[in-house]
Design a protein around this ligand. Structure first.
Ligand SMILES: Cc1cc2nc3c(=O)[nH]c(=O)nc-3n(C[C@H](O)[C@H](O)[C@H](O)COP(=O)(O)O)c2cc1C
Length: 449
């Protein structure tokens, strides 16, 4: 079962949703709660937001694999395969006139954004930041829809700074700017997780519309309605939509902002002039703290699973893949079975080339638990011969928010082949005797891992 909207998902969580009645401030406090919440903590709904009566903030929504799987009507074990299968087709969005997001429409006044409890996250952030806004627009040349999550800084009045570091939106903006035109955009907030995940998936030429990917992932079309002040359609069941135009030829200081890397990043970025804010009654603002568990899960499904599908199609023996939490998708571990050393090397080059974000790849055998840091360290310490098994690629493009990056073309990437590479019994794991293990588990179970 998937959900029609964010409220449908929250209702289904039952005891896995904690309602917090204690007043909490959108300035630092809610972000601190979301960042420090354990991955296995329930989803959080802040029902009393200081300075924003009638508004609520939800977060920690997909902080672990169990809840992420629930968002897709799947299980933690089956989710990656379900994602890969569903993503093969697209389900186009449909238009509707039943649009809760239009219950409140604001187009007048200087402070259109003031009602929203936009969170301030870190001590040195330049201001409040929208972190989970799905930005929608159309290519001025082809009319093709594009969408992605892009950070937005509240600059006062009707203005938002917008980090456009990725296609397709960066390309659409460049095309509009070349014509001297503004780019119309609509920012959707408070969507069910399937649409949020689809917004950051890499799309191939066969399924060019991420809204169709969203439909495929949720098993039903996304319901859309015309925006108020821009020629775009927006998700009718979103909690909030911000409409506006990215101004041509304008760049302003944006940041600093504590990013998914856990470090601050500043930029000279384009500016949005907001023309309307629409929302539901008793709206729920979505919080997403950078460098947090939600981001790890979002990247794992949208980027990691995507990469798993691509690598499996090209290299025999690829079993599983994990993006290392907290690395903004820069570090990845792949488990293989029976893949020859030359093929592991090809896999490393392939993976590093497929995703510009990816900077470090480690390949291990599938007898290593790729989600256990101790096992990974063991494989690196005992199966890797550094001079032979390390691949360094210099002069590559690395991700703009990487503090170790440098200008495009200056970065470098690294891969480690920590597979055993031969049938040599010297690499066999020293196993415990199974009957003895079963007996001590029975007697001393509470002490055993
Ligand atoms: C949590 C999160 C935050 C992101 N923030 C930004 C951002 O501020 N600016 C940006 O250009 N891309 C950002 N991205 C990446 C884009 O949303 C994403 O690369 C793009 O939509 C993927 O589309 P493509 O690979 O099909 O081009 C973010 C992604 C995630 C998961």
């Amino acid at each position: 079962m998937t959900y029609r909207d964010l409220r449908g998902f929250l209702d289904a969580l039952g005891g896995d949703l904690r309602r917090i009645a204690e007043p909490m401030s959108p300035r630092f406090e809610i972000a601190a709660a979301l960042r420090q919440a354990r991955a296995d903590a329930p989803a959080l709904l802040f029902e009393s937001v200081v300075g924003h009566p009638g508004w609520r903030v939800a977060g920690n929504l997909i902080a672990n694999r169990k809840r992420l799987a629930q968002a897709f009507g799947s299980t933690p074990e089956a989710l990656a395969e379900a994602y890969l299968e569903r993503k093969q087709s697209g389900i186009d969005p449909v238009s509707t006139s039943d649009a809760p997001v239009k219950q409140v429409v604001a187009t007048h006044g200087d402070d259109l954004l003031g009602a929203l409890p936009i969170l301030t996250h870190h001590e040195r952030d330049g201001g409040p930041y929208i972190t989970t806004g799905v930005v929608l627009c159309r290519d001025p040349a082809s009319g093709r829809r594009g969408m992605g999550i892009h950070r937005m800084m509240v600059k006062g009045g009707r203005r938002l700074g917008l980090l456009l570091a990725n296609p397709p939106l960066s390309l659409f903006h460049a095309a509009a700017e070349a014509r001297g035109e503004p780019l119309e955009i609509a920012v959707s907030l408070g969507l069910e997780p399937a649409v949020v995940v689809a917004s950051v998936v890499k799309v191939g030429p066969l399924v060019p519309d991420k809204m169709a990917v969203a439909g495929a992932l949720r098993g039903a079309p996304v319901e859309m309605v015309d925006a108020e002040t821009v020629a775009l359609q927006v998700p009718a069941r979103a909690e909030i939509v911000i409409e506006g135009r990215v101004l041509p030829g304008v760049r302003e200081a944006e940041g600093p902002f504590g990013e998914n890397t856990g470090a601050y990043f500043s930029n000279a970025s384009p500016v949005i002039e907001v023309s309307a804010v629409t929302h539901r009654r008793e709206p729920i603002y979505p919080g997403l703290t950078p460098w947090g568990n939600d981001v790890d899960m979002l990247l794992w499904l949208a980027a990691g699973t995507e990469m798993l599908g691509q690598l499996r199609a090209q290299v025999a023996g690829v079993v599983d893949l994990e993006l290392t939490g907290g690395t903004a998708g820069f570090a990845m571990v792949v488990a293989v079975r029976g893949t020859p050393r030359t093929e592991v090397r090809r896999l490393i080059h392939l993976a590093l080339a497929l995703d510009k974000r990816l900077k470090m790849v480690t390949v291990v055998d599938d007898d290593v638990d790729i989600r256990d840091p101790r096992e990974l360290a063991w494989a690196m310490a005992t199966r890797l011969r550094p001079a032979r098994d390390t691949v360094v690629i210099d002069g590559t493009e690395v991700y703009v928010i990487d503090p170790a990056g440098g200008a495009p073309g200056e970065g470098s990437k690294i891969g480690f082949d920590a597979t055993r590479g031969s049938a040599d019994a010297a690499f066999d794991k020293a196993r415990l005797e199974p009957a003895a293990l079963a007996r001590v588990r029975a007697v001393l179970g509470d002490l055993m891992q």
